[in-house]
Design a protein around this ligand. Structure first.
Ligand code: UD1
Length: 417
């Protein structure tokens, strides 16, 4: 197994390019299942989750050719409608094949994902929505079995704005008969990209990016050709890394409109953030102010940035409170940050962080994807050496992060344990 080693204390300086967004690439890859023919997606990041998605597409019978950041998918020979447990348990986003398979073939069998490190993460709202479109859903030996002769448009009001649920329903409703209205839909930029992509395939979707999305079903969709948007979570991770090291970094691909909540919090911390041609320049202050955050759905503060922001708050001069409202168990990184000298107390769904002058490097263990990034950020600012193990979590969602940070002047490398 590999680990990441960091010798902290170097201010990050220079320019970094953000890769394509994992959370956009995954639904786009699965959206190709809606069309008979050859789709092509560019700016696909090289990540473990993308490999899992490609394995799943191949398992279903699609021919997939990956070369560099380009994925060519031939969806004309789909021969299976089943997403097996070993793939779904590796990556929950595999449940996004449910909507497309059901809409195109009238039948889908997808393993139930079960829990994960950050909480229970049910898919009840995906299933309730598909039932409203006329699907019959049964649970059998750990699998969701969905069937429908023809999906029919319906009004669906989500109990809470779910990103994956909105994506599954968008893809299913695109080929349903008549109009579907999604109320209380998720508004993340990845939803907007999926709706734009589906429209380019011939779908008729309006309102993506707002809480109400209207879809007029069509009979057939054409193959997809598109380029994945930059990863706002990767961009945000580099922005925080620049701030915690009192550095000066131009993050190419960071989009202000997608980062408003993070930008305003980093400015409160003391950072200077300036838009430049195709990105944001982030300059970190010498002294960091404590700031409270509360995660919520877009455009609120993203839960996927919570762990990284907590690492930053360990350096602030004072006490901050971070409240997690999206996932119930997303403080796994706290114990590891404590091993590096952080003063953090958990109080229900909140963490209270008393900033320490200097964190000290330690061997730590990544527990999930964003927790891994949090430990790397802490390591960049800590004294001495930090070793982060179990980095297979990191490789699910960050493309060559150690190489990108090293190019910015960090002393960071990967080695065999
Ligand atoms: C997506 C992102 C993930 C991010 C999350 C929230 C992908 C591949 N993953 O995950 O990185 O952290 O959005 O921004 O895009 N819920 C239910 N029932 C459901 C569905 C969701 O109760 O049927 C709950 C979840 O348990 C959670 C909340 O809704 O508490 C939000 O989850 P959701 O938006 O669905 O997250 P994902 O799509 O799984």
């Amino acid at each position: 197994m590999e680990k990441i080693v960091i010798k902290g204390g170097q201010p990050l300086r220079g320019e970094v390019q953000v890769s394509g967004a994992k959370n956009s690439a995954l639904p786009l890859l699965f959206a190709t299942l809606l069309a008979d023919g050859v789709s092509e997606i560019s700016n696909v990041p090289a990540l473990r989750d993308i490999n899992t998605a490609v394995r799943l597409l191949r398992e279903l019978g699609a021919e997939v050719d990956v070369s560099g950041d380009r994925c060519v998918i031939n969806g004309s020979k789909i021969r299976s409608i089943e997403a097996p447990y070993d793939l779904v348990k590796t990556m929950r986003a595999s449940v996004l094949v449910l909507g497309p398979l059901l809409a195109r073939f009238g039948h889908a069998r997808v393993s139930l994902p079960g829990g994960c490190a950050i909480g229970a993460r049910p898919i009840n709202l995906h299933l309730k929505g598909l039932e409203a479109l006329g699907a019959t859903i049964t649970l059998d030996h750990g699998y969701v079995e969905a069937t429908a002769d023809k999906l029919r448009g319906a009004k669906i009001s989500f109990d809470l704005p779910t990103v994956g649920g909105t994506e599954n329903l968008l893809m299913a409703a695109a080929l349903a008969e008549g109009e579907t209205v999604l109320e209380n839909a998720a508004r993340e930029p990845e939803i907007v990209q999926l709706a734009d992509a589906l429209n380019s395939m011939g779908a008729m979707i309006e309102g993506a990016g707002t809480a109400i999305i209207k879809i007029q079903g069509v009979d057939k969709l054409e193959p997809l050709k598109c380029s994945v948007i930059p990863d706002r979570i990767e961009a945000g991770t580099f922005m925080i890394a620049a701030v915690i090291t009192s550095g000066d970094v131009l993050v190419h691909g960071a989009v202000s409109a997608d980062q408003e909540a993070l930008i305003s919090k980093l400015i409160e911390v003391g950072a200077t953030i300036t838009p430049e041609a195709d990105g944001l320049r982030v300059v970190g202050p010498k002294k960091m102010q404590p700031v409270d955050i509360r995660t919520s759905v877009f455009p609120g503060f993203p839960t996927d940035m919570q762990a990284q922001f907590m690492a930053l708050m360990t350096r602030a001069e004072g006490t901050s409170r971070i409240s997690e409202t999206v996932f119930e168990n997303r403080f796994m990184h706290v114990c590891e940050l404590q091993r590096m000298g952080a003063d953090i107390q958990i109080d229900g769904h909140s963490a209270i962080i008393r900033g320490t002058k200097q964190m000290t490097g330690a061997p730590v263990m990544a527990t999930d994807l964003r927790a891994s990034a949090s430990l790397i950020i802490a390591g960049l600012a800590a004294e001495n050496t930090t070793e982060v193990s179990r980095i297979y979590h990191l490789d699910r969602g960050y493309e060559k992060i150690e190489k990108k940070l090293a190019a910015l002047g960090a002393k960071i490398w990967r080695e065999e344990e």
